[in-house]
Design a protein around this ligand. Structure first.
Ligand code: N1C
Length: 248
């Protein structure tokens, strides 16, 4: 059994909840609403923190559902202005560098994406505490853990709200720049609305040849997912990281 009780705590295979989780959520929320997007509709950070905690506290950490996150997401839907949206897969740091130079936004530039970025959290039945020792791992324990389900529903809502032209930054140094099992592949691409146009940028490590291109089989697979949804597709490849950031 993956959940052997050690001092009443289940021992999972993933990292435990981030220390001071509540405090970090509250502080990030205050920073975001007061400094990063002061213009945004004033939000009640205490209510957001409480809603976040009540999604998972005292619950079986392997029984997360999308519905658990509904009330939290409704307090702060992850929407961005039309045409400014950027998706990424296996290019997190590069995508963030890119959007900083443009007037563009990733999911981490929305309030909930900003709050949760890099954190880990889970609770345990019968306790009002976070489990700081371990949390379920997607592969080894369960897919329906609170961290995975959070990024899945938030990403789904982010993709559903896309309009006009959106971009995805893909890793051209991988053999398969498009991974159909990633959140971008499983959740975001299949939830884009008809008439949206997706621009894919395949960016490889500077000084190395690219390992995948727009004509490769992984990108053809992406194209076929989008064709099925009437989403227009453009693809740009053979860009090194330096070239990509310079032209942006
Ligand atoms: O599985 P991925 O990438 O394709 O997910 C990235 C995709 C982006 O377009 C984002 O909109 O999905 C969204 N997203 C995040 O914003 C995010 N921030 C942090 C998805 N996952 C996110 N994380 C964590 O990184 C989360 O723990 C998830 O499992 C990884 C996904 O990274 P990836 O495989 O490079």
């Amino acid at each position: 059994d993956c959940c052997t009780p050690i001092k009443k705590l289940c021992w999972w295979h993933g990292v435990g909840s981030t220390a001071d989780f509540q405090k970090i959520i509250q502080e990030r929320c205050d920073t975001y609403t007061q400094t990063i997007r002061p213009g945004s509709r004033s939000r009640n950070c205490q209510a957001i923190r409480q809603a976040f905690m009540s999604t998972f506290i005292s619950k079986d950490p392997c029984k997360a559902t999308k519905e658990d996150y509904n009330s939290l997401i409704n307090l702060a839907p992850p929407t961005v202005p039309c045409g400014q949206q950027v998706f990424w897969s296996k290019t997190k740091e590069l995508a963030h560098e890119y959007v900083k130079r443009q007037r563009l936004m990733t999911l981490e530039d929305t309030l909930l994406g900003y709050l949760a970025d890099g954190l880990s959290w889970c609770g345990e039945p019968g306790s009002s505490d976070l489990n700081i020792w371990s949390c379920p791992d997607w592969r080894k324990d369960c897919r329906t853990n609170y961290l995975s389900v959070f990024w899945e529903v938030l990403s789904e809502r982010f993709a559903e709200s896309a309009c006009s032209t959106v971009r995805v930054v893909l890793n051209g140094s991988l053999e398969n720049a498009f991974d159909s099992m990633s959140i971008f592949g499983r959740v975001e691409a299949p939830n884009l609305r008809p008439q949206v146009e997706l621009e894919a940028w395949l960016v490889h490590d500077t000084g190395k040849p690219p390992s995948d291109s727009c004509s490769g089989s992984s990108i053809r697979k992406l194209k076929s997912i989008l064709d099925g949804r009437n989403v227009k597709f453009r693809c740009m490849d053979n860009l090194s990281r330096d070239q990509f950031l310079q032209r942006s």
